[in-house]
Design a protein around this ligand. Structure first.
Ligand code: F0G
Length: 361
């Protein structure tokens, strides 16, 4: 029996692997492309919106797609230890795949800016966690320096194998829809994912697997929007800590994806992100972390004539179009942000009548 159903075994022909590559996999990928009837209704004109629910990967985010490649190639090269900077999800994924491969893993994190669930993951998978009094960009700078020494392989998305693995998501979407979508909306942080999706779409298109290419529409958090402003941001801020990044490593890749696809890049505020997060959970039954909700908040902005930007491709969306929104990480990773918001709850005695009374029934 073939135990491995992961990204490498399914897309081997499109990935830089060989018989000599020891596959380190947790059966990542194959995430559901969930049809979203209420989002589709908002778009109208027979358009269909699908949500690529990446929170159902083994460590709860899309990072596992790239990490299976990065760690497998590191194992092939005989690497004993890996290192990464992270806003949380990369560190969780690196720690899990390193554990699986029997490698040491060091993660460098901005202290106090990592969602608790992600920190718990890095710790329990056995990574050595280093918290610094700087942000993600500072952490990545340190990783570049330490990675230049011989002891460590860097598994951030500056490692090209990460992008290779992550492109599998667009291949899955094409296989499910039978073609590429017309528009693809996703959050942008360090910009590896938008780069990877575009690479996947263009390569699969060249291989004849889809007839068209999507317009790539990226959203950054308003307080952390270097690509939008066209310059690095020194002190990025957003409640969507996963995309709290001021100087994205894959800057050029993101701009190529947006420009070559005829797409667009815009920003959403923290309020819009939180509102979209709740809307998606309470209307479509999908609980995603704040950074992931940036794509839904972005879609709402695109649908609002007064708020969307002049060049927004949704301004000219054709009837019957297909839209995919990637939601990148699971909501349970950052449950604190929900509990902090003090949703109303009821208190009652252990008594049927009191429960009904408190509920007003
Ligand atoms: N959504 C989530 C949940 C993320 O964790 C990230 C990035 C992004 C979106 C943005 O993707 O960086 O490829 O543009 N998280 C990285 C990390 C930076 O360290 O976990 P990107």
């Amino acid at each position: 029996m073939n135990h491995d159903q992961g990204v490498i075994s399914r897309y081997r022909d499109y990935l830089p692997v060989s018989e000599a590559t020891p596959v380190v996999s947790l059966n990542e990928g194959s995430t559901p492309l969930v049809h979203a009837p209420r989002l589709s209704a908002k778009l109208g004109q027979d358009c269909q919106v699908y949500v690529k629910y990446e929170g159902l990967n083994p460590t709860g985010s899309f990072k596992d797609r790239g990490m299976t490649m990065a760690i497998s190639k590191a194992a092939e090269a005989g690497v004993k230890a890996v290192i990464c900077a992270s806003t949380g999800n990369t560190s969780a994924s690196a720690a899990a795949y390193a554990a699986r491969a029997g490698m040491d893993c060091v993660v460098i994190l901005p202290a106090g800016k990592i969602a608790k669930g992600k920190l718990a993951q890095a710790l329990v998978y056995g990574a050595k966690v280093v918290e610094i009094d700087g942000n993600f960009d500072d952490a990545l700078e340190l990783v570049r320096e330490i990675g230049a020494l011989d002891n460590f392989e860097v598994v951030n998305s500056i490692n090209p194998f990460r992008i290779e693995g992550q492109k599998s998501a667009s291949c899955e979407i094409i296989e499910t829809l039978g073609n590429a979508p017309d528009l693809h909306v996703l959050p942008v942080g360090n910009a590896g994912n938008i780069t990877a999706y575009w690479k996947g779409y263009t390569e699969f298109h060249a291989a004849g697997k889809c007839q068209s290419l999507p317009k790539m529409v990226g959203f950054q958090a308003a307080g952390s929007a270097p690509l939008y402003h066209g310059a690095p941001v020194t002190n990025p801020e957003t409640i969507a800590t996963a995309i709290r990044i001021g100087n994205p490593a894959s800057w050029d890749g993101a701009m190529t994806a947006i420009n070559d696809s005829g797409g667009h890049l815009d920003i959403v505020t923290d309020e819009e992100i939180l509102e979209a997060q709740r809307w998606l959970a309470s209307n479509e039954g999908l609980f995603v972390e704040p950074a992931s909700a940036a794509s839904i908040a972005g879609l709402f902005k695109c649908l609002d004539k007064d708020r969307r930007c002049e060049k927004c491709p949704f301004a000219v969306v054709k009837p019957g179009s297909t839209v995919v929104c990637t939601v990148t990480g699971h909501g349970l990773k950052d449950s604190e942000i929900i509990l902090k918001a003090e949703f109303p709850m009821f208190k009652a005695k252990t008594d049927k009548d009191d429960v009904l009374r408190q509920l007003g029934l």
